[in-house]
Structures are given as C-alpha cells and as structure tokens.
Ligand binder design. Structure first.
Ligand code: ADP
Ligand code: MG
Length: 263
C-alpha cells in the first residue's frame, strides 16, 4: 500500500493555478526529494500532501491513520518567548521525558535539553524541529527546505542524519531542497516540479533528463558537476569528465556506487 497517493492534483490561489496534473505516490521507507525553481509549487505540494490545503481538482489519498511529521519551510517563533528545547517539544502535545529524550538523541541534539530556544544556532534549531517532527514516530517525514541557512558541511551532516532516522524508524522521507548536489546523492527518487511534474526518477535519471537540465543547467561548475564528482570517484581507476553520459550510462554509475555506499 502506498502511504500517500496524489491523483491529478491542482491547486489555485486567487484564480492562478500553482499546481496542475500532479500525480505521484509516496512508498514506505523511500527518500523522495522535490526540486524546482522558486515559486514552482514545492511548498504548496507538501502542504497538499499533508492535508493542510485542499486541492481544487484531483485528490490526495493518505493511508488510513497515516502518521506524518512535518517541518514547514517557515516557522516563526517569538525570540522573546522564554522556552527551553524540552518545553518546545510539548507543543502542541505533551510528551514524556523518555520520548523527548529519544527524539532529541535521534536528531543528535540531546545536549540541548535545557537550552532556551532563542539561544540556538540555525542548524541546532532545524535539528530541534526535526526532533519534534519525529516524536510521533511518523510513517512519513516531510521536510521543507530544512537545511536553509546551513553551510555545506552542515547540510551534508543534516542529510546523513535524515538517512539515519529513516533507517531507525523506517519512515518515508519527502523533502524539498535547493542543494541539488547533496540531495541528489541522498535520495532514492527525485521529483522535478515546475507547476507540474517535469520529470521524476532516480537521481541519475532525473539529472540526465532534458527537462531537468533546462531548469537547472548543465555547466561544469554547476550542481550537476558537483553531483558527478561525488559519485565518480576511483572505482574504475580513471576520472570521468562529467560530459556526454547518456541517461543509461549515468544510471549504471549511480547503481554501482549505491551498492558500495549502502551495502
Ligand atoms: P516554492 O515552495 O516552490 O517556492 P510555493 O509553493 O511556496 O513555491 O508557491 C508557489 C506559488 O504559489 C508562488 O507564486 C506563491 O506566491 C503562491 N502561493 C503560495 N502560497 C500561497 C497562498 N497561501 N496564497 C496565495 N498564493 C500563494
Ligand atoms: Mg517553498
């Protein structure tokens, strides 16, 4: 059974169609990344999938009783509010100390228990949001640009944490990100969105797709080049130049390395 199924989804704001003909499934345990330009409807899609907004056409079906953890793109918290990390986890529902401790540990922020929220760095705050989102042991974890404001090592560490959480609690992960090079390597599937689903598939297939290239470019200094460099290391004894691989060729590289990385 799929956890979430969207069929022919359309969302309009004030008569303007922001999403149209979006059909997709979220399967148990997979890591799906949604990429797309600013304003392409990524946040709107996540909000529709969690049920925060109703589609104007089509439908979203969620498995009965589906547990979803959601980290929205923007969460405004009054910095003058005197609240510790521990207390924050009690909002909106109180949780036991044991649950709070487990979630903070899984987010790798167990040491922040007594810290006032206002004193946290951006990266620490994102991890606390992540901890809060996994409190209810979600079957699907939705993250909307959760690494915004982190530096590149911070992003990479954050995605490794997400993978570890997925492995521990077995949830599917749906995330929106701009950090293509990091995200691509950590995803099972990528959905490229621009009001509609432009293309979708494994990271290798999507990064080779003309629709994706049209949106994100293919320059050697760009995200795609970085993505290739991460994956094209050493196994064959020569360095790939990152040019002129067709989708099939590229797919092979990816699977070879995935087997090594995740064996
Ligand atoms: P992304 O997350 O890909 O940057 P969004 O889903 O936030 O894109 O927004 C897609 C489009 O919908 C944008 O043009 C945005 O201005 C518009 N939009 C989003 N939410 C609302 C809303 N609540 N009311 C009106 N317009 C909205
Ligand atoms: Mg957004």
């Amino acid at each position: 059974m799929n956890l979430i199924e969207a069929r022919g989804l359309a969302i309009r704001f004030g008569g303007r169609e922001v999403l149209q003909h979006v059909t997709l499934d979220i399967h148990p345990g997979e890591i799906v990344t949604v990429v797309g330009p600013n304003g392409s409807g990524k946040s709107t899609l996540l909000r529709a999938l969690v049920g925060a907004i109703r589609p104007d056409a089509g439908e979203v079906r969620r498995a009965p009783g589906l547990r979803v953890g959601y980290v929205p793109q923007r969460l405004h918290i009054d910095p003058s509010l005197p609240m510790t990390v521990r207390r924050f986890l009690d909002l909106p529902n109180r949780v036991s100390d044991a649950e709070a401790h487990a979630a903070l540990s899984q987010g790798d922020v167990g040491s922040l228990w007594h810290q006032p929220l206002a004193s946290l760095s951006g990266g620490q705050f994102q991890r606390v949001l992540l901890a809060r989102a996994i409190l209810g042991r979600p079957q699907v974890l939705m993250l909307d640009e959760a690494t915004q404001g982190l530096d590149q090592p911070g992003e990479a560490a954050f995605y490794r944490q997400i993978e570890a959480i997925r492995d521990q609690i077995g949830c599917a992960v749906v995330m929106v990100s701009h950090e293509l090079h990091v995200v691509m390597s950590a995803s099972d599937r990528v959905i490229c969105l621009n009001g509609h689903v432009c293309c979708e598939g494994t990271p290798a297939v999507v990064s080779a797709a003309p629709e994706y290239r049209a949106l994100f470019g293919t320059g050697t200094g760009g995200a795609l080049a970085l993505y290739r460099h991460q994956h094209d290391h050493d196994h064959s004894g020569h360095v790939h130049d990152g040019h002129d691989h067709d989708a099939h060729d590229h797919d092979h590289h990816h699977h070879d390395h995935k087997a090594h990385d995740h064996a």
